[in-house]
Design a protein. Structure first.
Length: 369
């Protein structure tokens, strides 16, 4: 009988070869991965050993340097700084006086012994020793926080408003102004036949102004001894010298009327020369928009201020209150403002009744501006 040999088909052979190739590839990949892992672990161990060796070498080198070299200035100051921070009272480092005992010192920096050093070097090091000595502690007075202390701090940031009452001539007017309930400046008309005591009544006052009559466009209701644009510098000087004697505490002068005088350059130059001589500060009432006071003030180096609002051109409560609101608005906008009123009963009453409007401004004497 003939033997039948089993032959594999080409497709089957191809499939087997493909399977074998896949198996080989997988085994190779795993083998390569193992090799890489082993190599990485070996490299890490070698590198880590080198780092450890480097650290040991560096420490040995540092120990040798410490033995051979003195401590540096930076290290010394750092030690002092640490000691300074650790002490609560933070007293200043100063040289030790002879009468201070060792037990009293809080900090004493000692130079380390580096072996043989010549005498000169030792002396230098002794001088460089720094000793911390306790100082007398000053008692710190801490004020309790109260509503008043908070209010004081707030006032620092408030806009300033100076209210001036012009034409003051009587003690009754002074009482009414004081009765308003807050700071109001008083400007006194110089004495005349109609108000002889307008200087004497200022004797008990510390702060007040002189209300100086200057020539107006109209001579109606003109005050005695009004200064005119035609007056000489000698006449103006004589007038201001007499006023200084009558009002010895006054440092500020503002003009009564004066629309013609304050708009005349020559007249204002003469006035400011004399104002400078007697160290007066001028407050321009601005009775005219054509005032040249600023030009003369700049020319002769005299300090001056200007009025912002007239309060009582109309003797009406609503009008006066609205003008006061405008003055407050000006103070908030520019940091300070000047409002001028007159000794009318309606003005006194309105100002007193309007105190609630002034909570956002600080009422001051003119010298605070």
């Amino acid at each position: 009988m003939k033997k039948h040999t089993h032959r594999r088909s080409p497709k089957k052979i191809k499939r087997i070869k493909k399977q074998n190739n896949k198996l080989f590839t997988s085994i190779s990949t795993v083998f390569v991965a193992i090799l890489i892992l082993v190599a990485s672990i070996s490299y890490f161990l070698l590198d880590n050993n080198e780092i450890i060796l480097d650290i040991k070498k560096e420490k040995i080198l540092q120990i040798k340097q410490i033995k051979n070299k003195p401590i540096t200035f930076e290290e010394k100051t750092k030690a002092l700084e640490i000691e300074y921070i650790n002490n609560v009272d933070n007293n200043v480092y100063i040289e030790k006086p002879e009468n201070i005992k060792k037990s009293e010192t809080k900090f004493h920096y000692e130079e380390p012994d580096y072996g043989q050093v010549d005498n000169v070097e030792k002396i230098k090091k002794e001088k460089q020793k720094i000793i911390r000595v306790p100082e007398k502690k000053e008692e710190m007075i801490v004020e309790p926080i109260t509503d008043k202390s908070i209010e004081k701090k707030k006032k620092i940031y408030k806009p300033l408003l100076a209210i001036i009452i012009d034409d003051v001539t009587t003690s009754s007017q002074i009482r009414k102004i004081k009765n308003i309930g807050y700071t109001v400046n008083m400007a006194f008309l110089p004495p005349t036949k109609g108000h002889k005591n307008s200087a004497k009544i200022t004797n008990k006052l510390d702060k007040y102004m002189i209300h100086l009559p200057l020539q107006a466009s109209s001579s109606r209701y003109e005050e005695e001894s009004t200064l005119y644009i035609t007056d000489t510098i000698e006449t103006i000087d004589k007038r201001l010298k007499s006023l200084q004697k009558l009002y010895p505490k006054a440092k500020y002068i503002n003009n009564h009327t004066g629309s013609k005088f304050t708009s005349n350059k020559k007249a204002m130059d003469k006035l400011f020369i004399v104002l400078k001589k007697y160290n007066y500060i001028f407050v321009d009432s601005r009775t005219t928009a054509a005032s040249v006071a600023k030009l003369s003030a700049k020319k002769y180096g005299v300090r001056m201020l200007s009025r912002n609002i007239f309060l009582d051109n109309k003797k009406d409560k609503k009008y006066i209150q609205n003008q006061l609101k405008k003055a407050i608005k000006n103070a908030k906008k520019f940091g300070s403002a000047i409002a001028i009123g007159h000794p009318y009963n309606i003005t006194f009453k309105t100002l007193k009744d309007s105190k609630y409007l002034l909570k956002d401004v600080e009422l001051v004497y003119i010298n605070k501006l």
